[in-house]
Design a protein around this ligand. Structure first.
Ligand SMILES: NC(=O)C1=CN([C@@H]2O[C@H](COP(=O)(O)OP(=O)(O)OC[C@H]3O[C@@H](n4cnc5c(N)ncnc54)[C@H](OP(=O)(O)O)[C@@H]3O)[C@@H](O)[C@H]2O)C=CC1
Ligand SMILES: Nc1nc2c(c(=O)[nH]1)N=C([C@H](O)[C@@H](O)CO)CN2
Length: 236
């Protein structure tokens, strides 16, 4: 019996694409979502077990962990995908921006990894996975998303610590995307400017991200590393 893969933030875009792909690959999937979208009904019809949670609500995480331990006796992988992309000019007090960014991108993965590591334990070297979804800006910074970038850098650091702590049966790696998907509100000027930042001036797309997740699940020798899905931005 295949142990399920837990993915946070499956309601849309990269999390939804990943949940769909892994279900199609035959993996049982447990997905968390905050807002409901019609696509979630389709995901459920394909066998996904979905759990509605705002991961930042006090106590919600403890209740979720207790539910998960009742629901399954083991996990094949955890994909920490849930994220908000808050800018300093988002109209939210900057103290709250910083707290929310650190909480969703570092605090939640930190707590879930510590609480669920025993469920991930495998009888094979590298047979289980934790995947932290970070961002190219974790290495570069971002003048407009300062707290966001810092929180993704914190998540990158968690990759190093958890890789050392959970070896040899559990691998812990990051995926650091750059321009994977535009948002519907991105205008033509923003799109042109974003694409020009990379050696490969194109959108990576959700299947590029899914391929990276699939690679890590198949690997038995990569841990404490990062797959940079950035179109060569550092060299531009
Ligand atoms: N798209 C891109 O080009 C890039 C993406 N990334 C990273 O890849 C990952 C996926 O990106 P993308 O699909 O664009 O992300 P989105 O912002 O489109 O979706 C993120 C998902 O996480 C959920 N989420 C956010 N906060 C919470 C919370 N407090 N509790 C529960 N769920 C929450 C959202 O729920 P809701 O629907 O309710 O808002 C949403 O479904 C993210 O980690 C992102 O930072 C990095 C670089 C580039
Ligand atoms: N949670 C999210 N994080 C990020 C998003 C997003 O839509 N949601 N988008 C980006 C951008 O694509 C950026 O990489 C390029 O402008 C970054 N993170």
């Amino acid at each position: 019996m295949m142990k399920p893969i837990l993915i946070t933030g499956v309601g849309r875009r990269l999390g939804l694409a990943t949940a769909k792909a892994l279900l199609a690959d035959g993996w049982p999937v447990i997905g968390t979502y905050r807002s409901h979208y019609p696509e979630l009904d389709e995901l459920r019809s394909h066998g996904a077990i979905l759990y509605r949670i705002d991961l930042l609500e006090p106590q919600a995480l403890t209740t979720f962990i207790d539910w998960l331990r009742q629901e399954c006796k083991g996990l094949r992988a955890i994909v920490h995908n849930a994220s908000d992309w808050l800018a300093e000019d988002a109209g939210v007090p900057v103290a709250d921006v910083f707290q929310q960014m650190m909480a969703i991108h570092a605090g939640v993965p930190y707590q879930l990894n510590l609480a669920l590591a025993d469920l991930l334990d495998s009888d094979e070297i590298g047979g289980a996975d934790i995947i932290h979804v970070t961002d190219y800006v974790a290495q570069k910074g971002s003048a407009k998303h300062i707290a966001y970038a810092a929180s993704k850098a914190a998540l990158e650091n968690l990759t190093l610590s958890f890789a050392a702590k959970l070896a040899p049966t559990i691998k812990v790696n990051s995926i650091a995307p750059a321009m994977m998907l535009f948002n519907e509100w991105d205008d033509a000027a923003y799109r042109e400017k974003s694409l020009a930042k990379a050696l490969l001036p194109k959108v990576g797309g959700d299947m590029e991200f899914v391929s990276a997740v699939r690679y890590l699940l198949h690997s038995r020798y990569m841990t404490g590393s990062c797959l940079n899905l950035d179109g060569g931005r550092p060299l531009k």
